[in-house]
Design a protein around this ligand. Structure first.
Ligand code: 8NA
Ligand code: MG
Ligand code: MG
Ligand code: MG
Length: 344
């Protein structure tokens, strides 16, 4: 059983990596068709030795989370803040969000007593609700086996840049999705969603979550409501992609992308009408996310993490893997996180 588990840990990191690297290619394209995505992927065969696909901010920050978890357990927020900041300044052109850069500048200035203060000052004191806390969170559910720890540490890791509860709750939701995905087929699609819904009901019931959601006019329990929409869509069957985008979103806000990633993973357990029959579930998941358009790298990285945790690294095609920058680190760190997780 243990070998199978290592596969899931490596799968989660590799799924996240290929989702970011392949998704980023399509981020700025106006029209994305099945034909264009498939032809790009076929072209990797002739290209991977010459040109690797660069990862973006999503993976750069996910790498910092993983490295911090492995060297400063259980989670050292100062160490993590330093890693995010050092990584940004050493390599700023990875496509970071417009707002988050100010957090790094403030952290770098050394004027702040608490590493959490710069994030609280974002967007006139409202904090960011971008998907940046969720896009990098995959290491947390791979380091902690228990739900309360995952909630606690996903929140802390998120709050370094995302002080709005909509931002860090998105990270908590994605972390929990990866956690339940690690259980594989032992958990049905229905109970996977029920677990998430019951966790999020408690999380979104707290005072700050309620008031932030009301202030943004999202209604109460925005993540719970979107989880219910996911269930409705899955019961319906082949919901057109435009309707998925309309109802669940494909934007840079966490509430317009984390539920979309979860839906894409669940939907792509089954074949998708216009995708090749020989593709496996993880391949379908990444391509499905890209075809939704919008924030393609981030939705594909989040869905890729869940799909990789569920299906294991065998579903990450060799060609996709070796075309992606830093894939060997993902393999090594998957094993190390599995050891850490198993020791807890
Ligand atoms: P962020 O904190 O800067 O948030 C991202 C964006 O969300 C901001 O630039 C704002 O436009 C908007 N936003 C967040 N909070 C608020 C608020 N309270 N009020 C008004 N607007 C708000 O950075 P992040 O780390 O959350 O961003 C992650 C995303 O940025 C990822 O998609 C990542 O890949 C990157 N990125 C996205 C795009 C894209 O447009 N798809 C392009 C380049 C980079
Ligand atoms: Mg990115
Ligand atoms: Mg980007
Ligand atoms: Mg993005």
């Amino acid at each position: 059983a243990s070998v199978e588990e290592v596969c899931r840990f490596r799968g989660a990191l590799l799924g996240a990596l290929v989702g970011d690297c392949i998704g980023a290619v399509f981020e700025t394209r106006m029209t994305i068709t099945v034909g264009s995505v498939l032809s790009f992927l076929r072209g990797l065969e002739n290209n991977w030795k010459k040109q690797v696909l660069m990862y973006t901010d999503d993976t750069a920050m996910a790498r910092s989370v993983v490295q911090s978890l492995l060297t400063k357990p259980p989670l050292d927020e100062k160490d993590l803040a330093e890693r995010f900041t050092a990584e940004y300044f050493s390599d700023p052109d990875r496509g970071y969000g417009m707002g988050v850069v100010h957090v790094f500048e403030k952290l770098q200035s050394g004027k702040y007593q608490s590493v959490f203060t710069p994030a609280k000052e974002q967007f006139n004191g409202k904090g960011s609700y971008g998907n940046g806390a969720a896009m990098r969170v995959v290491g947390i559910p791979l380091a902690f086996p228990n739900v309360p720890d995952i909630i606690k540490y996903a929140k802390i890791s998120g709050e370094l840049t995302h002080a709005s509860s909509l931002g860090y709750n998105g990270a908590i939701l994605l972390a929990l999705a990866v956690h339940y995905a690690l259980q594989g087929v032992n958990l049905s699609r229905e109970s996977f969603l029920e677990h998430l819904l019951s966790n999020m009901q408690e999380i979104e019931g707290d005072e700050k979550s309620r008031s932030d959601a009301v202030e943004l006019e999202l209604g109460e329990f925005p993540y719970c409501n979107r989880l219910k929409k996911i269930k409705e869509f899955l019961d319906k069957g082949n919901v057109p992609r435009c309707e998925v985008v309309e109802e669940l979103g494909h934007g840079v806000a966490a509430f317009e992308s984390v539920p979309t990633a979860i839906y894409s993973f669940l939907r792509c357990m089954d074949p998708v009408d216009d995708l090749p029959k020989e593709m496996n579930s993880l391949q379908r998941t990444v391509i499905f996310c890209i075809l939704l358009g919008g924030d393609t790298d981030t939705i594909a990285t989040m869905a890729g993490a869940i799909a990789g945790a569920y299906h294991g690294e065998d579903q990450v095609p060799e060609l996709w893997r070796k075309s992606s920058e830093g894939y060997k680190d993902a393999e090594d760190w998957g094993k190390q996180l599995w050891e850490l997780y198993s020791s807890r």
